[in-house]
Design a protein around this ligand. Structure first.
Ligand code: ASP
Length: 328
C-alpha cells in the first residue's frame, strides 16, 4: 500500500515537473516568436571618477531590472507591468538619480518626477515634484490607470499617492551625504542616473516610462522633461517607444521622445536613424543627453552624445547586453 502510494506521488511529481517544463518552453517560445524586448537606461553623462564598486553596482542593477521586465513579459505580463517593475528596481537603488537616490535641489531638498505611457491607446500618467512618494513610477501608473487626468504635481500628487495607498516615506529616506555635498558644491554636471525603460510585450504593445530626481541644484519647483509626455517619454504601438535622459529643458523644447516616433512614422526613418537625428539636433542646440527606444519589432536604439550612458537590452533568453561607456 505504502509502495503504491509512493509511486503515485512520484508519478504526480514527474507529471507536475513535466508540465511546468512544458509551460516554460511554451512561454519562452511564445515570447521569442512574439518579440518580447526591453531596453533600459540609467542616465547619460560622464561616469568618470566613480568607484569600480559603483560601476559594477550600476551594471548589476541594470541587468536585474532588464531580467525582471523580461520575465514579466515572458510569463504573459504586459509591457506596462514590465516598465513599472523594472523602474521600481532602479528607483530603490541609491546608485541612480531616481527614487531613493534622487539628487538635491538648490535648497537641499529632493523633488521627484516620473511618467509612464501605454503605446496601445496613448494613455499616460505623470507625477512631478513629489517629495515623499517612495516610487514615483507607481504613482504615474496609478494616475494613468485610475484618474481622469494625465499629470499631478507637488502636494496634489502626494495626496493622490496617499489616497491610493502607495508607499509614503519620510524625506530622510532619500538622504545621501555625498549627493548633498554635490549640491552644496554646486556641481551641476556631476550627477547622472535618471532611469527609463521601454518594453514591447508579446501582444505587440509598447510601453515607456521614465523616473528622475531631476538635475542637481535645480531650483525648487523646476520640472524637467522626464514627467512630460512627448518630451522625456513617449509610446505609440505603430511607431516606437522612447525614454530620454539629459538636459531636460532642451528635451522639452524639442519634444524629443515624440519627435523620434514622428520621424519614424512620417519619414520612414529606422529607430536608430530617428534617434540619432534628434540627438544630433539636441547636440547642435548645445545640450547633452541620450535616449533609448524600441520600434514595433523590438529593434532597439541607444543613442547619446555624452561620453557614456548606462544602458541594457534584452530580447531573448541569452545574456543581457549591459554597457555604460561608448561601444568600442
Ligand atoms: N532629464 C532629467 C531632467 O532634466 C535629468 C537627467 O536625465 O539627467 O530633469
Amino acid at each position: 500500500m505504502i509502495r503504491k502510494n509512493l509511486s503515485l506521488i512520484m508519478l504526480l511529481t514527474i507529471k507536475k515537473a513535466l508540465s511546468s517544463l512544458l509551460l516554460l518552453f511554451t512561454l519562452s517560445a511564445f515570447a521569442e516568436t512574439n518579440n518580447v524586448s526591453i531596453v533600459i537606461h540609467g542616465g547619460a553623462g560622464w561616469f568618470t571618477g566613480m568607484a569600480q564598486e559603483d560601476i559594477d553596482g550600476i551594471k548589476e542593477a541594470l541587468e536585474e531590472s532588464a531580467n525582471k521586465g523580461y520575465e514579466i513579459m515572458l510569463e504573459g505580463g504586459t509591457s506596462l507591468d514590465a516598465v513599472e517593475e523594472a523602474i521600481v528596481i532602479l528607483e530603490d537603488n541609491p546608485l541612480f538619480n531616481a527614487g531613493r537616490g534622487a539628487v538635491y535641489t538648490s535648497e537641499f531638498k529632493q523633488e521627484l518626477d516620473a511618467s509612464i505611457m501605454d503605446g496601445s491607446d496613448l494613455n499616460a500618467g505623470a507625477a512631478a515634484s513629489v517629495t515623499n512618494v517612495k516610487n514615483p513610477i507607481r504613482l504615474a501608473r496609478h494616475i494613468m490607470d485610475n484618474t481622469k487626468h494625465v499629470m499631478f504635481s507637488s502636494k496634489g500628487a502626494e495626496r493622490v499617492a496617499k489616497e491610493a495607498g502607495l508607499d509614503i516615506v519620510y524625506p530622510s529616506y532619500f538622504y545621501s551625504k555625498e549627493k548633498l555635498e554635490r549640491a552644496r558644491n554646486q556641481q551641476k554636471k556631476s550627477k547622472m542616473g535618471t532611469v527609463g525603460v521601454v518594453a514591447l510585450d508579446a501582444y505587440g504593445n509598447i510601453a515607456a516610462g521614465t523616473s528622475t530626481g531631476g538635475m542637481t541644484n535645480k531650483k525648487p519647483g523646476r520640472i524637467g522633461d522626464s514627467p512630460i509626455i512627448g518630451a522625456g517619454t513617449w509610446a505609440e504601438n505603430d511607431a516606437c517607444g522612447v525614454s530620454g535622459t539629459g538636459h531636460g529643458e532642451y528635451f522639452i523644447r524639442l519634444g524629443v521622445a515624440k519627435e523620434i516616433c514622428a520621424l519614424m512614422k512620417y519619414q520612414n526613418l529606422s529607430v536608430e536613424q530617428a534617434a540619432q537625428t534628434v540627438i544630433d539636433r539636441l547636440g547642435n542646440m548645445g545640450a547633452d543627453g541620450g535616449v533609448i527606444a524600441l520600434d514595433s519589432n523590438g529593434t532597439p536604439a541607444m543613442i547619446f552624445n555624452t561620453p557614456a550612458m548606462a544602458r541594457a537590452y534584452k530580447n531573448s533568453d541569452d545574456s543581457t547586453y549591459v554597457e555604460i561607456y561608448t561601444d568600442k
